[in-house]
Structure formats: C-alpha cells, structure tokens
Design a protein around this ligand. Structure first.
Ligand code: SF4
Length: 213
C-alpha cells in the first residue's frame, strides 16, 4: 500500500466502540469495514486446535486474574493451562541475573527451563557488517537467530523474551519455532518501562519525542 494513502485507522478513533460498546462506529471503522468473508476466515483460523486453546486459556486467565496477577504469575498460569513443560528463555546478557531468578521461579513451579543469552556465540559485531565503532559499547553482537535455533533444538514449548534489544527481538520473534511471549521489554533509559516515554509525551518527554532526533 502506498504510504501516502494509508487510511485512517484505530489510532485515529476517539470512540473505540469495539471495546466500550458505546457511541457510533466511525466512518473508517475497521469493524464495520471488515472485508466480506474475513470474519468467517478468522473464525476458522481461531478454530484451529492450538489457536483455540490459546484463545480460550488466555481469556479465562484474564478473566480470573484480572488486576490481581502479576505478569510472572500470569505467564506461569498460562503455561500450566496450556500443558507446557519446557520453557525457553531468550535473554539479554545484561539481564542474566533477572533470568536466573525467573528460572528459579519457573523451576519451583514445576517447569524445565533452558535459557540462551543474547551474546551466546561470542561473534564480533564487525563479522556481520556492523560498523566497527559499535564495538566500543561491547564487542560481541547479539545473536537472536542462534537463540531461537538453540531453543528449537531443546524443543521448548513456550519461549519467553527477557529484554532483547529492539530489532534483535524482531529477529527472535521471526525465527522462534514456537509460541512466544514477552516478560521484559528492553529500555535502558526507563529501566525497561517503555510506556513511561508515552505517558510523558505531552510533558517532560515532549522535546525528546516530537520529533525524535
Ligand atoms: S475498530 Fe472501529 S471502533 Fe474500534 S478502535 Fe478501530 S475504528 Fe474505533
């Protein structure tokens, strides 16, 4: 689609009737504008065995633990409900302590845990064409494809991302062989709380974000 012609979307909707069930759907609404046959097609995909189980268990968990369960507890309960036993962790090497704690919690809850640090392989950044100057903040490149591949070799049933960098996480998601969820999102400035910048967009972060230099 031509970038200049991208239509209005949910980001431009002030009603959100699809969630709030009040008001009128806007003219550009994605609910009322759904292509013919799309709903049936989606329902058939959600009806596939694994997708159906994920949808049912995730919704039930959301319902039962609403505003009570932490993300760690939710992840454990989701994995239990899904019947997963082997959990993989793709971790940032800088979060290895947090990963050890998470592994301890998961093991105490009956799971087998296997983690791969982002720097595993210890490959110099310049080897894959990254500018040599980038090695000044750490010589070895992140290795998300290896992380994904190694977790596949172990046969993990659920993969958890622990603080991979932007882009490296994209490659991990792209190559992950199995269902993947995120525990920690890397943000070195906000101590892994990226929504802080969004909350601050009209305040202290305004000059920083409009535009990002
Ligand atoms: S689907 Fe329609 S009502 Fe829901 S947020 Fe998008 S535009 Fe708004």
């Amino acid at each position: 689609m031509d970038k200049e012609k991208i239509p209005l979307s949910c980001a431009d909707c002030g009603v959100v009737k699809c969630d709030r069930c009040a008001g009128e759907y806007p003219a550009f609404c994605l609910t009322t504008g759904m292509e013919e046959g799309e709903l049936e097609n989606l329902l058939s995909i959600y009806g596939e065995e694994e997708n159906k189980k994920i949808m049912v268990e995730a919704a039930q968990l959301e319902y039962e633990g609403y505003c009570q369960l932490t993300r760690v507890e939710e992840t454990i309960k989701f994995a239990q409900r899904m019947g997963y036993r082997k959990i993989g962790i793709a971790t940032c090497a800088g979060l290895i302590r947090e990963t050890r704690t998470l592994a301890r919690i998961l093991r105490e809850n009956g799971f087998e845990v296997y983690a791969v640090a982002c720097k595993a392989g210890a490959i110099d950044k310049s080897t894959v064409g990254i500018n040599k100057e980038c090695e000044s903040i750490g010589i070895h490149m992140c290795n998300p494809i290896f992380q994904a591949r190694q977790l596949e070799r172990i046969g993990t049933e659920l993969n958890i991302v622990m603080g991979l960098c932007v882009g490296h996480d994209s490659l991990f998601y792209k190559y992950s062989h199995t269902t993947t969820t995120t525990m920690v999102v890397k943000d070195r400035v906000t101590v892994h709380n990226p929504v802080a910048a969004i909350y601050g967009a009209d305040g202290y972060y305004k000059k920083k974000l409009f535009p990002v230099k």
